[in-house]
Design a binder for this molecule. Structure first.
Ligand code: 6PG
Length: 472
């Protein structure tokens, strides 16, 4: 009996995906470049072994899968993917499907798609979110590629995906790079969510002087309300954990220098390229960059020696309630930005991205899964297309309730010297967006003054110049 699907790359994510596929009753042929790993994986697979075909060569792998073959590649994004595709070409036949499940840059996915098409193979770029647990028990799966190729793997992918009230969190989203683009924006939003949570943690720790376990309890409490989400849940758990070595709170023993592998940065870059404002995501990427300058920050802290700033004081319950709503307001702005970026990309690349479906398949399995995404999916269903999420009636109501808290928290944080870059940019975005008469009239005047760039008038059509005369 032939395997339904193949999988290359038995690292943590690949192994877990393979076990997930096997567990859902689909025979899977697996291959790893270091063949000893394939043996180890197979040995450890227990009673799932009967659904797994371990292969030591790519010929073997190809021969083990029913044609047209579908093979998932789960290796490090970048050159390893190109090398793996090149190696596969000689063992595959016309109509076979290669699926890249890594965090690829969607521009690479578009290139690989057209390169493979010329050689008769089909390429699918598939975003997979949910970390190790998700891969093993149900990730969110974002597919880009030819729709008929998706039909070949749809059953396997929906079977292994997370389910939200029974609905699979896997979907075909559009051609070529669509899936990987959506995954990239998922990660951009993930960066913003994480950064805003960290900013709130900063207020609780440095503004209110709370201990990790107390802060964890606050997040646990918030997880029961409107902020209910995987990231809030794990934040509570992280803050409750102790370091086995020292017995101190684990979070206090971790260096404040954040890593990043590229997807957040790509979101910010693509937003700029598309001409979409995604400031909360940009601020989150930027915050990770500044976090990496540990030595410089320590030196600057000494150089400025600022110590007499006012702390957060007053009714703690009221402050906690404001923090919860402030975080919610920031979240709304960040998601509005992320969806605006996807909307622009959809038009630019003619992908016709189904926004309601994207919101739906993010409701379970992925890292940003939350109650909020349920609300978001409903908003799309009720409003159809929207210029911006901030204009969905449900979001107008939520933002009206939450933005005063965001203002109060940011004002006090500024006075206390606590940085809240993502939350501040979220508020600035909101205030800029909801301001009918902005200040760019002055920028237009300046541009016209020094460069004769011309401006539009409020009372007539056409291009005009100002009375700058010789001073211009
Ligand atoms: C997910 C995660 C996953 C990975 C991130 C981490 O959706 O499951 O986003 O893809 O953990 O890529 O990215 P950084 O290393 O850049 O934080």
């Amino acid at each position: 009996e032939k395997a339904e699907i193949g999988l290359i790359g038995l690292g943590v994510m690949g192994s877990n995906l393979a076990l997930n596929i096997a567990e859902k009753g689909h025979p899977v042929a697996v291959f790893n470049r270091t063949t000893s790993r394939t043996g180890e994986f197979f040995e450890a697979a227990g009673n799932l072994r009967e659904m797994i075909v371990p292969c030591t060569t790519l010929q073997d792998l190809a021969a083990s899968i029913r044609p047209p073959r579908a093979i998932i590649i789960m290796v490090a994004a970048g050159q390893a993917v190109d090398e793996q595709i090149a190696a596969l070409r000689s063992v595959l036949s016309d109509g076979d499907i290669v699926i890249d499940a890594g965090n690829a840059n969607f521009r690479d996915t578009i290139r690989r798609f057209s390169e493979l098409k010329d050689s008769g193979l089909t390429f699918i770029g598939m975003g997979v979110s949910g970390g190790e647990e998700g891969a093993r028990h149900g990730p969110s799966i974002m597919v880009g590629g030819p729709r008929d190729a998706y039909a070949r793997v749809e059953k396997v992918l929906t079977d292994i995906s997370a389910k939200y009230e029974g609905e699979p969190c896997a979907a075909w989203l559009g051609p070529d790079g669509a899936g990987h683009f959506v995954k990239t924006i998922h990660n951009g939003i993930e960066y913003a969510d994480m950064q805003m949570i960290a900013e709130i943690y900063g207020v609780l720790r440095d503004g209110l002087g709370m201990q990790p376990k107390e802060i964890g309890a606050v997040f646990d409490e918030w997880n029961k309300g409107r902020l209910n989400s995987y990231l809030i849940e794990i934040t509570g758990k992280v803050l409750a954990a102790d370091d086995p070595q020292t017995g101190k709170p684990m979070v206090d023993m971790i260096l404040d220098r954040a890593g990043q592998k590229g997807t957040g940065k790509w979101s910010a870059i693509e937003a700029q390229t598309l001409g979409v404002s995604a400031t909360a995501i940009e601020a989150a990427v930027s915050a990770r960059i500044l976090s990496s300058l540990k030595d410089e920050r320590l030196a600057a802290e000494k150089a400025y020696a600022i110590s007499d700033l006012p702390k957060f004081s007053g009714d703690r319950q009221a402050i906690l309630r404001d923090l919860e709503l402030a975080l919610f307001a920031g979240k709304i702005a960040a998601y509005a930005q992320g969806f605006a970026v996807m909307d622009a990309a959809s038009k630019q690349f003619d992908w016709r991205l189904p926004m309601p479906t994207i919101a739906k398949i993010w409701r379970a399995g992925c890292i940003i899964r939350s109650q909020f995404l349920g609300t978001l999916a409903e908003a799309f269903q009720q409003s159809g297309t929207l210029p911006n999420l901030l204009m969905a009636p449900a979001f107008i109501d939520m933002m009206k309730e939450a933005h005063p808290s965001l203002r109060r928290i940011l004002a006090r944080a500024a006075e206390a010297g606590l940085p809240m870059p993502a939350m501040s940019s979220a508020l600035a975005y909101f205030d800029s967006y909801r301001q009918g008469r902005g200040t760019s009239n002055l920028i237009q005047a300046q541009r016209d003054f020094f460069g004769a760039h011309g401006f539009e008038r409020i009372d007539a059509k056409g291009a005009f110049h100002g009375p700058w005369g010789d001073s211009g």
